[in-house]
Every structure is written in C-alpha cells, then in structure tokens.
Write a protein that binds this ligand. Structure first.
Ligand code: URA
Length: 325
C-alpha cells in the first residue's frame, strides 16, 4: 500500500474516498493484520483496479477510535442526539413544568451506550405540544435555544394562523439594557427580527444616541407574532405570550428595562394608566426588582416628533442609571 501512496498519492486518495475508506484507518492497521492481496502486486495495475480490490477495514471500538483521533489531534464531529433534559422550570406557584428536551453534541460512542443511558423522557419529540406559559419570572429559565424553539412552535393563540414567522428577539444575551416593544409589524413578520421597519430605524438611532449599538442591547416584544393589520394585542394574546417575555428577561437579567409605548408599559406594570402618566419616572419590575422606565413608542414619535424631547429625557435618565454602579 505504501508503494501506492508513493507512486500516486492523489489518485490513491481519490479511490479510497470513493470506497469510503479513510486514510488514517489504513495507517493505523498493524501490518500483520493486513493481508497482502496478490492483486496488489504491480502498482499501476492495482490503481486501475483498486475499486475491485477493497482493502480490509479495521473495525475499532468507539473509544479506541476516539483515542486515535485525540492522539492525532483530530476533532470528531458527531451526530446531534437528544440527551439532556432541561432544567425544570420552577414557577412562583411551586408548580413544576416538565421541560422540553434540548439537543447536545455527543461523542461518537452513542451506539455503544446502554439503552438505559437515554431516559424515556429525553426522547420526547422536540415539537411536542407547546407549553402554555402563563407565569411570572421563573426561578430557573430554560436555555435560549430551547426557548427560541418553543416560541417558533407556539400555537397558543390565533396569531399563529396569520403570522409569517415568529419574532423572537435580538441583541446581546447579557445586555445591560433591554428594550421591550409591543408586537412585530409587517417588516418584522417578514424578516423575523424586532424593530427593523421605520420605527425600528428610529429606535436604532435612539440606542446609538445613548452611545450603544443595537448589538449591545436586547430588543424584544410583548407579542412574538404580528397581529393582523397591526391591531393592538388582545389581552389574552399578551397573557399567552407573557411567559416567553418573562423568560427572556430572566435570561438576560438586564440592569434596566425600557418599555416602549403604552402597550408594553401597561403589560409589564399591570396597569391601564396612560403612557403620558407612566413615563418620566422609575418603576421596579418584580419579582427581580429591575428598574424600568417607560417612554413613547418610536412609531408614535414618528407621528409626533414634538414628543422626542420627552423621550430623550427618559433615555437620559436611563443612561444615568446605567452609569451608576
Ligand atoms: N413595533 C413594535 O412594537 N415592535 C416591533 O418589533 C416593531 C414595531
């Protein structure tokens, strides 16, 4: 075999690839275990008929193979299999919701695992009946990817029938500042990202004016689906979606939250007070005690630019708050 490599390594490699034989498998075979085929005699002839003379394959245990790969400094990419159940979501009410599953990359020994290693519940389909999340901040929040998937699969209210896609949220997962709007509009529904239309451009300018970038803050909405014709969210829709937003807040743990517009402020503060009354002062979002400032929605500022000064007052207060401690 070594003569083959010496005479035409490129061609030989191509043949081996076609046969599904990897080079390292050949090289690690102890010489004594590789029978010399008579057909392997003259180098050029063998190359021409290599496909008809399959080389013996070395069968190795997953662990041994892993050891070889490690010794050769080769990263082994392995199939994704569901293995780890999510941390349980502990509600304030002490109710425990059995979590969905998350997937994790495992090492290539999965086929050798005893069946007991995969507990029945972790094999539950990811797309099982979506959880109905109607709860305040959970003590233990599920991981981002799982939450995103739950949002994407949610069919808890009628908005799932008219949405193009869900709009999860965007930005830094460890942001100090979290901005919360009302619901996706047409642009967001089309692109799957919050605040990307005209109002979004203004919001980006407001964030930039704070000396931050969009990527440094976290932006989310009360609703994850667009209400048809941009109507206001119905209370029951906001209630169905509340668990998702609460979990996003719990995961980001921002130092300050800005509620953009009346709908977001009223939803977060559990009040029907007008935005004119709610803005201009600090609130505390329980149970985590996160300082919250309400201000005008960028879409409203587009229609009423004379209110931008008040909005800037709110943002200045936010900036000062972020600068402290
Ligand atoms: N308005 C919102 O409240 N959210 C968006 O994502 C876009 C517009």
């Amino acid at each position: 075999m070594s003569e083959l490599w010496a005479s035409s390594p490129g061609r030989c490699a191509a043949y081996l690839d076609a046969l599904g034989i990897s080079r390292w498998e050949l090289r690690i075979q102890p010489a004594a275990t590789v029978p010399r085929s008579p057909a392997v005699a003259p180098a050029p002839a063998v190359v021409a008929t290599a496909a008809a003379v399959p080389l013996p394959q070395v069968s190795m245990s997953g662990a041994r193979r892993a050891a070889y790969l490690k010794a050769m400094d080769i990263t082994c990419w392995l199939p994704r299999v569901p293995v780890v159940p999510l941390a349980r979501v502990q509600l304030e009410s002490e109710t425990v919701i059995e979590p969905d599953v998350m997937t994790e990359t495992l090492f290539d020994v999965a086929p050798e695992l005893p069946p007991a290693a995969l507990a029945p519940e972790v094999l539950a389909p990811v797309n099982a009946e979506p959880l109905r999340l109607e709860m305040p901040l959970p003590a233990v929040a599920p991981a981002w990817d799982v939450l995103r998937e739950q949002v994407a699969n949610c069919r808890a209210c009628e908005l799932c029938a008219t949405r193009t896609q869900t709009v999860f949220g965007a930005g830094a997962r460890d942001a100090q500042l979290m901005l919360i709007g009302e619901a996706p509009g047409a642009d967001e529904d089309r692109l799957g990202e919050p605040f990307v239309g005209r109002a979004g451009k203004l919001l980006t300018s407001m964030v930039t004016a704070l000396g931050l970038t969009r990527e440094q803050v976290y932006i989310a909405n009360v609703l994850k689906c667009r209400p048809p014709d941009n109507r206001n969210p119905k209370p029951e829709e906001a209630a169905q979606c509340a668990g998702f937003l609460n979990q996003q807040i719990a995961l980001v743990q921002p130092r300050v939250i800005v509620a953009l517009g009346a709908i977001a402020a009223q939803h977060l503060l559990h009040t029907s007070e007008t935005i004119g009354k709610l803005r201009g002062q600090w609130w505390q979002l329980e149970p985590a005690g996160i300082p919250l400032r309400a201000t005008y929605h960028p879409a409203y500022l587009l229609r009423s630019p004379e209110q931008k000064a008040k909005s800037w007052e709110d943002l200045t207060a936010v900036l000062e708050r972020l600068a402290v401690s």
